[in-house]
Design a protein around this ligand. Structure first.
Ligand code: ADP
Ligand code: ADP
Length: 228
């Protein structure tokens, strides 16, 4: 489902973030991306939703070669991928409900359908009673739940999360992980960059370690492998 072959990425300033990466991630997998700061994890993740384009190499997602995709088709591709960030990236002036509804392709859905889908997804993340709140009125964990709801409301095949628990306390982080496991149990592929040793070593999944732009380790039910 996600296939990368010999990927290199050098940014405009000359920094080489990825130095020849190949990987094969199947539908339904749960993968942690670990490694030191500056190793290339975010770049690796951004390639998958085309926030970044490779300097060299092939990326195939859901059988589509990304190098052959036209710019105007990128939004369609993104519909199959939900993205979750460390800092949530919610729209501050919109309610929880509106933040999620906004992510739906409004043109194709009737208001009734939109309402159903937003409420369904709020149920999944346990925030049905906060639909009318604005992000500022929520805790960090709740805001992250809203961003998860927004990421899954289109029923994506892939959910990508870049340090989703980075701004959350441990208790809240475990709750977020439980939600990810539930989403994964529905067949959604999850790719999560993280610095949490506790999470990786407790909820055992495939671990891909990146150092200096290279994959240095790729293990099923792997360990975090770093001290912090
Ligand atoms: P990580 O997520 O593991 O911390 P990144 O992928 O963010 O690593 O960064 C890898 C390297 O690429 C770092 O040296 C970083 O400074 C550099 N880098 C990241 N983004 C950019 C950018 N937009 N322009 C230039 N250099 C970048
Ligand atoms: P429907 O298409 O009728 O919504 P589904 O079985 O696809 O039926 O979804 C049932 C519930 O699960 C809905 O509330 C939906 O929002 C949610 N859901 C569907 N797909 C996913 C997914 N990939 N990840 C998380 N939740 C999902």
């Amino acid at each position: 489902m996600i296939l990368m072959k010999d990927i290199y990425k050098t940014y405009a300033n000359g920094v080489t973030a990825l130095n020849g990466i190949s990987v094969d991630i199947k539908q339904g997998e749960f993968v942690y991306i670990v490694g030191p700061s500056g190793a290339g994890k975010s770049t690796f993740i951004k390639l998958m939703y085309r926030e970044v384009k490779p300097t060299q190499g092939t990326i195939i997602i859901n059988e589509i070669d990304m190098s052959e995709i036209k710019e105007r088709k990128v939004p369609y591709l993104r519909r199959d991928i939900g993205v979750i960030f460390q800092d949530f990236k919610l729209l501050p002036k919109l309610s929880v409900y509106e933040n999620i509804a906004f992510a739906l392709e409004v043109i194709e859905e009737s208001p009734r359908n939109i309402r159903k889908r937003v409420m369904d997804v709020l149920e999944i993340v346990g925030l049905k009673n906060k639909a009318r709140f604005i992000p500022d009125e929520l805790s960090g964990g709740e805001q992250q739940r809203v961003s998860i709801a927004r990421a899954i409301v289109n029923h994506p095949k892939i959910v990508i999360a870049d340090e989703p628990t980075g701004n959350l306390d441990p208790d809240t982080s475990w709750g977020i992980m439980k939600t990810f496991e539930e989403i994964n149990a529905r067949g959604t592929t999850i790719i999560m960059a993280t610095h949490s040793k506790e999470i990786v070593n407790t909820i055992k999944k495939r671990v891909i370690a990146i150092e200096d732009g290279l994959i240095v380790r790729d293990q099923n039910r792997g360990e975090y492998g770093y001290e912090i």
